[in-house]
Ligand binder design. Sequence first.
Ligand code: FE
Length: 302
Amino acid sequence: MLDVKRKIHPLLSEHRATIDRQRWTFVPAAETREILAGLAVSQAAMDEIGVLSDLLRSDPTLPFRAASNGRFCTDFGTRQAYRTEDQLFVLTAEEDFHRFDSGQLRVFDPLEARLCANAAFQGLLTINAFILATLKPRHRPLLDYTSDQWITTVFDLRTITTPELIGEPALEGVHSDGVDLSMTTFLSRNNMRRDSGITDVHEMAQVNGVRWDEIDPQYRVGTAQHWETLDILIVVDHEKKHSVSPLWAEDPTQRATRDVLTFFSRKPTVEGHVSYDHDSRLPHESLPCQVDVSIVRDPWCT
Ligand code: FE
């Protein structure tokens, strides 16, 4: 568990200032490790989080992926982030997500309990809360921006490339993820070619659904690559779009994998939103997880 001697590292404050200014930032793994160490996370926990995806089984719609997810509520009223009961998941074209399974209700395996118990994971929830605490995003329709709660869906995602099938971290091409903030953390790679999994960040004028290699360069505002365990890309999701290049195998005769954890955060929905019936804030009974985020000191809620 995290102890009471935690502090927010100045590097994290700098990244929050960068997000305020340019609406995205990339935190290299070495900086993430300093930030997590400031939150009293051990190096052992940081190393362990990189290898926790081996139990992932399958994905409800994608043949080249294995996935699980879990829902969390960050409540600045109680200053706690806690795991909520499992929910169905849906993303629609109206939320800038254009894929064959847009609008489909998807059921994922529940996020592993040992991942939620990992101190680095809990530190990442705290980093996420620190960014959310002062975030003033461009509003999406049918979200309650008066709430002092945020809903975060965490995905543990493994993209898999085999000699028969190329894995696509973002088959949907240029997109947004239907939320206010996306935070993608790299866990590990195996047999991953050096030009794989490169993320471009785009202005909203970039057309949705365009393949990563067909984007209009005039709308590209940045490029980042997740390569080391705990590299983090943070994007204000309704203000910048993104696309990701495929996973190519260094040795094409062998399987390749790329594991990431995504934290998709948005305000709670109101009636009429496609996710309104899947937005429970009841705690998870059998897989509880609670993180004290009072260190974040949200200026809106004190
Ligand atoms: Fe995405």
